[in-house]
Design a protein around this ligand. Structure first.
Ligand SMILES: C[S@@+](CC[C@H](N)C(=O)[O-])C[C@H]1O[C@@H](n2cnc3c(N)ncnc32)[C@H](O)[C@@H]1O
Length: 340
């Protein structure tokens, strides 16, 4: 009964809303942007364009230095996922929505990587690419990426989840060579892996981290220049509170109560600003929505609840203290970007 009411309410709200995602760009423009213009100059250009549309003046310095004390780890979050570490492959269980999210996020990652790198091998289009899956849990996303031919390293601070992931992938001979897991944090990995990955994926993870600056800094460190960062997460809006917490956790029990803390959600504008201040430019942001009646996700114009982001690490790095984008007095009313 709840399902029907909520689904009706959700679709009604979204159908009526005038929410638009301004950053969903066409595939051809992505190809061109990535192939020909992933450079320091273009980074600057993207930054300035976004500043113009945001319509306010500010000066961003490059923040690619992380102090040792900064950690992404929030012990409360680790405890939550520790309690669910054996449930990752229960297709009807707590993580069912993540399994069905693969229908969107796997093609999103694959197609954007193909736009950047071109097809490597028919049937294994991601062959030759190294992907880091941060917060991999039980490997729900790592496995399909491995099946597409990528060499995947999944990391998660919850050791039992990593054991679950290892056990599950060991049943598939196709994955044994290609998908590996490690129980560690991103900041620990970043100590040893510098510019080693073609892509970093953090799907439904950033809303569980203690420090997003540390996260973005480490992503910047472990990615090759021109490498891709893929994030899916939850917007910080009234709608995300109603659907992401009240409905999903308390009424429908799609995920266990207490899984999410609304304070930790982040708007696409803030996420874009964060990654750009660490030397990325944002290629695409797309809204997503879960339909609990169908147990399926779909792309939406609106980013009001869930969204996916693809950003690219700029090829040239600034000198310490160098400014990513010069500040201009851009206080032009009516220019603000509307994401949700
Ligand atoms: C909602 S789950 C998403 C799992 C996986 N990315 C997926 O979509 O199937 C969030 C994951 O983030 C992990 N996590 C929590 N804190 C983390 C941290 N500081 N660094 C990396 N992963 C973390 C949790 O253990 C959990 O596995």
């Amino acid at each position: 009964m709840y399902y029907k009411k909520l689904a009706g309410l959700a679709f009604g709200l979204l159908a009526e809303s005038k929410f638009k995602c301004p950053l969903t760009r066409g595939a051809s423009s992505r190809v061109n942007a990535v192939r020909s213009v992933c450079s320091w100059t273009v980074c600057l250009h993207h930054r300035q364009k976004n500043q113009l549309s945001e319509g306010f003046s500010r000066r961003l310095t490059c923040r690619n230095v992380r102090t040792v004390s900064q950690t992404t780890l929030d012990p409360n979050e680790v405890r939550k996922f520790q309690a669910m570490a054996s449930k990752w492959w229960d297709l009807q269980g707590e993580f069912a929505a993540l399994h069905s999210m693969n229908d969107l996020r796997v093609p999103f990652i694959r197609d954007n990587l193909l736009n950047v790198h071109g097809i490597q091998e028919l049937g294994k289009p991601l062959a030759g690419l190294r992907i880091l899956d941060v917060g991999c849990g039980g490997g729900v996303l790592s496995e399909p990426l491995g099946r597409l031919g990528a060499d995947v390293l999944g990391i998660d601070p919850v050791e039992d989840s990593v054991r679950t992931a290892e056990l599950h992938s060991s049943y598939d001979p196709d994955l044994r060579e290609r998908v590996r897991y490690q129980a560690c944090t991103l900041e620990e990995l970043a100590e040893e892996e510098v510019e080693g990955f073609h892509a970093v994926v953090a799907s439904e993870v950033v809303e569980h981290l203690a420090d997003l600056d540390a996260f973005a800094s480490c992503c910047q460190q472990v990615l090759k220049p021109g490498g891709s960062l893929f994030i899916t997460t939850i917007n910080k809006t009234n709608l995300s509170y109603v659907f992401g917490i009240v409905a999903a956790e308390q009424l429908l029990r799609i995920v266990p109560s207490g899984t999410h803390d609304w304070e930790k959600f982040m708007s696409p504008e803030d996420l874009e600003r964060l990654v750009e201040s660490f030397g990325f430019y944002v290629e695409a942001i797309r809204g997503m929505m879960y339909n609990p009646l169908r147990g399926a996700w779909s792309w939406q114009q609106s980013t009001a609840i869930n969204y996916a982001l693809h950003a690219i690490k700029c090829k040239e790095e600034p000198q310490p203290g160098q400014v990513w984008a010069e500040s201009k007095n851009l206080d032009e009313p009516g220019q603000a970007t509307n994401y949700s």
